[in-house]
Design a protein around this ligand. Structure first.
Ligand SMILES: NC(=O)c1ccc[n+]([C@@H]2O[C@H](COP(=O)([O-])OP(=O)(O)OC[C@H]3O[C@@H](n4cnc5c(N)ncnc54)[C@H](O)[C@@H]3O)[C@@H](O)[C@H]2O)c1
Length: 344
């Protein structure tokens, strides 16, 4: 049996808990944790039973003794921490969005490639059982030719207000369109292929923050299909879903009405009505998206699978969001140049 993969975690805030749970479920071992916030570091390290604690990730990399680092700190930290990890020869799972800019993302991708370490971006939605089944159904032609994709992720910060690390451009790079929208841009590409044009509106309607809290982006895919990405911190509760419409059926996955399933609507029976269709429902047992995405990363490290979401994938999600910001600012639809081959 393989020795457990040894993991270090940078950032012990909200999302780090999903990382630690997922690594442990997959048999990996958390050996070191780092946070600039002493109280958070102490609390989480105690809860996780981790002895090695650091306030500075450079010191953690200098001490070494781990194979993988999860970078679960604010987005501004993703680039410098990834460069330090590559320098130390450690595989990187970096949170989304990969970086504050395309240039920084490129440096991260190049540094990991040069160092021979894997880089996976934590767009975990593409690893969900529902998204993977949806993609299989699309590829099998089960819904005919795809005409429209709708993707929504929205919430209200559990009624607690915007978390400080998300409220400033310097820390987060943007508001809900970058925070939630980069996930949806990735899922849009995963299910619908390359996106060629975006047309966006963004507004700050509820919170006293310097970033947008509500946004919608209209998409045009290279296939000719249309789409929309809806993001908001002005929802009520937690909303997440995707809808894929084709010439011969539709796929629907939402958390709004009980445990999420994938509904495939189609017209197989004669005599169905306007409102009623045939429906095939898929239910999924086993791990959630985070558990599956991190299990996939460990498979990639073991050489048994390709990286589930590459640095280039993360970069493209950010490129689409940044172009959407330009569209919102200019009030015009904007095309995207085809992605250039990655530079070394
Ligand atoms: N994949 C997802 O679904 C998902 C969900 C939430 C957040 N995120 C991403 O994860 C990242 C963190 O988000 P969060 O919600 O956990 O934020 P958070 O504010 O709850 O936690 C961030 C933690 O990082 C620490 N930190 C800040 N600078 C640091 C540094 N230089 N070194 C070490 N630690 C540092 C902070 O003290 C804090 O404890 C963000 O990039 C965010 O976009 C992803």
């Amino acid at each position: 049996m393989d020795a457990p993969v040894r993991v270090a975690v940078i950032g012990t805030g909200a999302i780090s808990q999903s990382h630690v749970a997922a690594y442990r479920a997959a048999g990996a071992s958390i050996v070191a944790v780092c946070d600039v916030n002493e109280a958070s570091l102490a609390e989480r390290a105690k809860a996780w039973g981790v002895e090695r604690r650091y306030r500075d990730y450079h010191a953690m990399f200098a001490d070494g003794g781990f194979d993988v680092v999860s970078i679960a700190a604010p987005t501004a930290v993703h680039h410098p921490a990834t460069l330090a990890a590559a320098e130390a020869g450690v595989h990187v799972l970096v949170e989304k969005p990969i970086a504050l800019s395309i240039e920084l993302a490129d440096e991260m991708i190049a540094a990991c490639r040069r160092a021979g370490v894997l880089l996976q971006v934590n767009h975990q939605l593409r690893s969900s059982a529902a998204a993977q089944r949806a993609r299989e159904l699309i590829e099998e032609g089960a819904i005919g030719r795809v005409t429209y994709l709708r993707l929504r992720q929205a919430h209200d910060w559990a009624g607690l207000g915007v978390r400080p690390s998300f409220a400033t451009r310097a820390s987060s790079g943007g508001g809900t369109l970058l925070d939630n929208g980069c996930h949806l841009m990735d899922l849009a590409r995963y299910l619908g292929g390359p996106v060629e044009e975006v047309y966006a509106r963004a507004a700050t309607l509820q919170y006293d923050v310097e970033v947008e809290d509500t946004a919608v982006v209209s998409l045009r895919f290279a296939s000719g299909a249309l789409g929309s990405v809806e993001t908001a911190w002005t929802a009520t509760g937690w909303e997440e879903g995707f809808w894929v419409y084709g010439t011969e059926g539709a796929l629907e996955h939402t958390n709004r009405f009980g445990p999420p399933v994938l509904r495939h609507s189609h017209r197989t029976s004669p005599g169905t009505t306007w409102g009623e269709t045939d429906v095939t429902t898929y239910e999924f047992a086993g791990g959630g998206p985070h558990a599956r995405h991190i299990a996939a990363f460990l498979e990639a490290i073991a050489g048994r699978a390709p990286v589930a979401c590459t640095g280039e994938d993360g970069r493209e999600a950010v490129r689409l969001v940044l172009r959407a910001y330009d569209s919102a600012a200019s009030g015009t639809p904007l095309t995207l140049a085809p992605v250039a081959a990655a530079a070394d």
